[in-house]
Design a protein around this ligand. Structure first.
Ligand code: ZN
Ligand code: FE
Ligand code: FE
Ligand code: ZN
Length: 267
């Protein structure tokens, strides 16, 4: 198994040291892991109410620590990062990302017009809204994220469903349109198992998305989105069984922002 989405306590809403996350990966005999902690959004010029990203001062220490962990590890460890996609800030994001030796960059959407809709303290705001419009707005951002070409992976593709709010209307056309636009942008989608631990109780993204990804040849990779050491590798066997059932035969891995495909048989 590979796990490309691991946080650490640096982001202020996860617990555990990198050593503890590595120990869990070793215990679960993972083939390859990647840390992808939350990039400091203050560097992108925003200052959210809830601090859920690492501090700007922490970034060099994070990078140095990943290097240290690589030396201790018996499996390949990749230097990833999870970066908020903020429309209008593509240029500043590109300039910053170019400065660091990442193996991959995961682009995620946690904000819509400043609303951190993935935050457990803020989901009540879903109630008063037109969910069809919320979904449309979210997936327009996904298309912009992909078109920005800033990222190697799109994180938790349908995280807008996290708290179990779905439009009453049919929105399958959004699934199709989104995956079709991803296909043109050389980006891969992660099967993120944190959805099974969230109120929605469904992996990100849904089977409908995964089927469309396969149809349009959008590659997939795997991540647990661990925020505690025990969550490393969580749900990955089930995730592999699911993508195999859908028809995928390989998953993406990264080195210095070069993608290669690993056959599922070798996991
Ligand atoms: Zn997080
Ligand atoms: Fe995220
Ligand atoms: Fe994450
Ligand atoms: Zn996350």
């Amino acid at each position: 198994m590979i796990d490309y989405h691991i946080h650490t306590r640096r982001c202020r809403h996860a617990t555990g040291s990198m050593e503890e996350y590595l120990a869990e990966a070793k215990k679960k005999e993972l083939l390859e892991i990647g840390f992808a902690d939350h990039f400091p959004v203050e560097l992108l010029g925003v200052n959210p109410e809830d601090q859920v990203n690492m501090d700007a001062d922490e970034l060099p220490h994070y990078l140095a620590d990943v290097e240290r962990i690589k030396e201790m590890a018996s499996m390949p460890v990749r230097t990833g990062i999870e970066v908020d996609f903020l429309p209008g800030r593509e240029e500043i994001t590109a300039g910053l990302l170019a400065r660091y030796p990442f193996d991959y960059v995961t682009g995620s959407i946690h904000f819509m017009d400043g609303w951190d809709f993935t935050h457990p303290g803020r989901f009540r705001q879903f109630s008063g809204r037109d969910l069809k419009l919320v979904y449309e707005q979210y997936f327009v951002l996904v298309e912009k994220l992909a078109a920005s070409r800033l990222f190697d992976i799109i994180g938790h593709l349908d995280v807008v469903k996290k708290f179990g709010f779905f439009p009453r209307e049919d929105w399958s056309w959004l699934v199709d349109r989104t995956c079709r636009s991803l296909a043109g942008e050389d980006i891969c989608v992660e099967l993120n198992t944190a959805g099974w631990r969230a109120p929605v109780r469904e992996q990100y993204p849904s089977e409908a998305f995964l089927q469309k990804c396969l149809e349009y040849r959008v590659p997939v990779t795997l991540g647990s989105d661990a925020h505690r050491p025990g969550e490393v590798g969580d749900g990955l066997e089930r995730a592999v069984a699911l993508i195999e059932k859908i028809g995928f035969t390989e998953v993406a891995v990264f080195n210095r922002r070069e993608r290669t495909m690993l056959p599922l048989k070798t996991l």
